[in-house]
Design a protein around this ligand. Structure first.
Ligand code: FAD
Ligand code: NAG
Ligand code: NAG
Ligand code: NAG
Ligand code: NAG
Ligand code: NAG
Ligand code: NAG
Ligand code: NAG
Ligand code: NAG
Ligand code: NAG
Ligand code: NAG
Ligand code: NAG
Length: 580
């Protein structure tokens, strides 16, 4: 095979007879796709072609410099997915949602940019969830996926750089992977106000912990970023899993091509066989490529549309678009889940010189601790109502998390300074496990048209109440000494907004998404809306897999990428152990 990494359509070229068959075609060179491609091509006799819609991103400072907060958004490396109006929130729209369209995928653009009073910066965070959450994957029927196996796969991806002693940041070395492909580290040093934030959390009944990355997520800790400390550059799946390996002749990448659908050599019921995929290049020319195995790694909004255009999905729906059903799989595109938040701000008596200060993440064990005992009875009664679109299996998994006192709310805490005026304390409650479920579906057979994305946020009143009750509890922590002594005023919500009713209205009006979308090609039993089995193979196929965030069944009490790396590492290990 030619050592080309850039030649579009080379396998369908002039001398097909001299070209050896391709083993794997991977759709999407994003966070998960490049991990799988890297692990497969470690065996020189296995050939892989990655088809990526974006470019290589090399030299793009908006990607490499994580302090250019959100600069990549709205540029050519961002898909800018349009989203539908929020049916349960006054039909407001949240506008276009960012997703990476470049080698590295969303790991290349995942810096959060909240333009409140200050530009608050929570980006390239790298953290794992709680063992109690990962064990629910197994309880849902996903053999082999539990805390032990997911944590091990996650640590395999991580290369942790411990902070220097002068940085004054606590950590626990044994909570981290030390020789993986993704560099993780902390950003700037912590100023004295941090000690008072920690003290108030402890005085209000929370816990201080050195580290939340070891599977027990309970307490306030500094944020770990996917960043190489030597030159403060972002570590992406492209810098970690592709560029250093691009000389592998069996690791090919074709850029700037959009995959439209899977091609089938057999559509026999229950055992459809893919022969490859169809894609279009920037000229609009259609190509096909054959491979023994097809892996979709196009992301939570990218993979389901490809399945649907290939006849895999809700047969009634597909037939309404004139698409012949190959596999009736109603879970495709359903179960869309997103973690939601409602940012809060206070003004401080001081103007810190640092523009951005090392932030904290705070998780507190049990819903009672995070929402306050006075709100618990109402929340329990709301949790007792199973919302539409949430399967019995997923509903029971959430009740089990509740019974296990697993963390339900995560709080992002940072201090930053606007262009003028005093510093601002930002404290953001995040509902980690909302009960509402949305969907992503194609709107036509056009292979490059955007799908329809309906988040369905706040379909369950439980979700609204969690945010409001957590906001009320945060107000009580912030009024606890010693941090209370720094506070000069409440910015958002405004002073006086303290009742649960008012805070629910605040949450509805100010909700922001975390971009931690999962679930649209759910891993789980077929009868529970599953799209892939525990090997991540699509039900009813012989050789089609989905390996990306869309298979994740339960959100971690964390940002998502570390879990996506874990899924990809484990899926790759399963593929190589069966093919070796
Ligand atoms: C703005 C933002 C901020 C975030 N912040 C954080 C954070 O701080 N910490 C954290 O842990 N997580 C964060 N996340 C979430 C995390 O980045 C994602 O969950 C994760 O990267 C998703 O990985 P994936 O492999 O599923 O998809 P992606 O990484 O998005 O990869 C999908 C790839 O497929 C390609 N593709 C899609 N469709 C096609 C097609 N038809 N043909 C060819 N190629 C295609 C895309 O271009 C892309 O390269 C954030 C995400 C975003 C968008
Ligand atoms: C970087 O981001 C800025 C701001 O969004 C944009 O104007 C610029 O074109 C981007 N650069 C590249 C190389 O995309
Ligand atoms: C939102 O739009 C839908 C569909 O058009 C409509 O039925 C509903 O009444 C609207 N809701 C609000 C709150 O405006
Ligand atoms: C520790 O300090 C050295 C010297 O300033 C620097 O090169 C290195 O990147 C720092 N390490 C971390 C993890 O910040
Ligand atoms: C940062 O350092 C790494 C490792 O030395 C190097 O590969 C990378 O090119 C550097 N990035 C930039 C933008 O300087
Ligand atoms: C690729 O480059 C690395 C580092 O230079 C080298 O160790 C490896 O042998 C090379 N692999 C191939 C297939 O050329
Ligand atoms: C590619 O797959 C198609 C079936 O979709 C088949 O007709 C064709 O012969 C295959 N080509 C090669 C070179 O194997
Ligand atoms: C399948 O699609 C049809 C038509 O859109 C819809 O009425 C039905 O509810 C869907 N079925 C499931 C299980 O989602
Ligand atoms: C999901 O919720 C929406 C909004 O309430 C509803 O229209 C749709 O029918 C639901 N889907 C299913 C499969 O229940
Ligand atoms: C949770 O605990 C309650 C009370 O003990 C019990 O009735 C319920 O079955 C449990 N639910 C799950 C999903 O474990
Ligand atoms: C398909 O959708 C794309 C993007 O919306 C559009 O530019 C193109 O014209 C459409 N093609 C057809 C044949 O309608
Ligand atoms: C702000 O308040 C804190 C806590 O009372 C105090 O330690 C600090 O000196 C004050 N800073 C300024 C600039 O007044």
């Amino acid at each position: 095979m030619r050592p080309s990494t850039r030649l579009a359509g080379f396998l369908v070229g002039v001398c097909a007879s001299s070209v050896q068959a391709l083993d794997y075609v991977i759709v999407g060179g994003g966070t998960a796709g490049l991990v799988v491609a890297n692990r497969l091509t470690a065996n020189p006799s296995v050939s892989v072609m990655v088809l990526e819609a974006g470019g290589d991103g090399l030299g793009n400072i908006n990607i490499s410099d994580p302090t250019l907060i959100g600069a990549a958004w709205g540029t050519q490396v961002d898909w800018q997915f349009p989203t539908e109006p929020l049916l349960f929130d006054g039909n407001r729209t949240l506008g276009n949602a960012p997703r990476g369209k470049v080698l590295g995928g969303s790991s290349a653009i995942n810096v959060r940019n909240l333009r409140l009073k200050c530009i608050v910066f929570f980006g390239d965070v790298f953290d794992r969830g709680d063992d109690r959450e990962y064990d629910e994957w197994l309880a849902l029927g996903n053999t082999g996926w539990n805390a032990q196996s997911i944590m091990a796969a996650g640590e395999k991806a991580e290369h942790f750089f411990a902070p220097n002693a002068t940085d004054d940041i606590d950590y626990t070395l044994t909570d981290h992977g030390l020789s993986g492909n993704i560099a993780t580290s902390y950003n700037s040093a912590a100023p004295p106000i941090h000690d008072d934030i920690i003290s108030s959390v402890v005085n209000a009944g929370g816990r201080e912990t050195a580290d939340n990355d070891g599977g027990y997520v309970n307490g306030i800790a500094h944020v770990t970023n996917a960043r190489l400390p030597s030159n403060n550059t972002r570590s992406t799946s492209a810098t970690g899993y592709y560029f250093p390996y691009s000389n592998r002749t069996n690791f090919q990448v074709t850029l700037n091509v959009v995959v439209t659908k899977i091609l089938w050599s057999s559509t026999a019921s229950g055992s459809a066989v893919a022969s490859g995929v169809e894609y279009v290049d920037t000229d609009g020319t259609t190509h096909t490529i054959n491979a023994t195995t097809v892996i979709l790694s196009a992301g939570t909004w990218g993979s389901p549309p490809i399945l649907e255009r290939s006849g895999v999905g809700n047969a009634t729906f597909l037939e309404s678009l004139g698409i012949e059903s190959v596999i009736d799989l109603p879970g495709v595109g359903e179960n869309l889940q997103e973690q939601i938040m409602a940012p809060m701000e206070w003004s401080l008596n001081t103007s810190l010189s640092l523009n951005v200060v090392t932030p904290f993440l705070l998780n507190m064990e049990s819903l009672q601790t995070t929402v306050g005992s006075e709100n618990l009875a109402t929340l329990e009664s709301l949790l007792d109502v199973q919302p539409p679109n949430l399967s019995d299996a997923l509903y029971n998994a959430h009740k089990a998390l509740y019974n296990k006192s697993a963390p339900w709310v995560e709080e992002y805490i940072s201090v930053s300074t606007p262009a003028s005026g005093p510093s601002v304390l930002t404290w953001i409650p995040v509902n980690l496990h909302p009960l509402s479920r949305g969907s992503v579906h194609i709107v036509s057979t056009n292979g490059t048209e955007y799908p329809s994305i309906q988040y369905n946020l706040f379909q369950s009143p439980f979700d609204t109440y969690v945010l409001a009750a957590a906001a009320q509890r945060i107000q009580s922590i912030v009024s606890t000494p010693p941090i209370s002594n720094w506070i000069t005023g409440q910015i958002s919500p405004s002073a006086g907004v303290t009742s649960i009713e008012d805070l629910q209205a605040f949450a509805l009006a100010n909700v922001a998404v975390t971009n931690h979308i999962i679930g649209t090609a759910l891993m789980g039993p077929l009868e529970d809306g599953g799209v892939v089995d525990a090997s991540l193979k699509v039900y009813g196929t012989k050789n089609v897999y989905v390996i990306d965030a869309s298979v994740v069944p339960i959100e971690p009490a964390a940002h998502l990428q570390a879990t996506v790396y874990a899924v990809a590492e484990r899926a790759a290990a399963l593929l190589t152990s069966t093919s070796d």
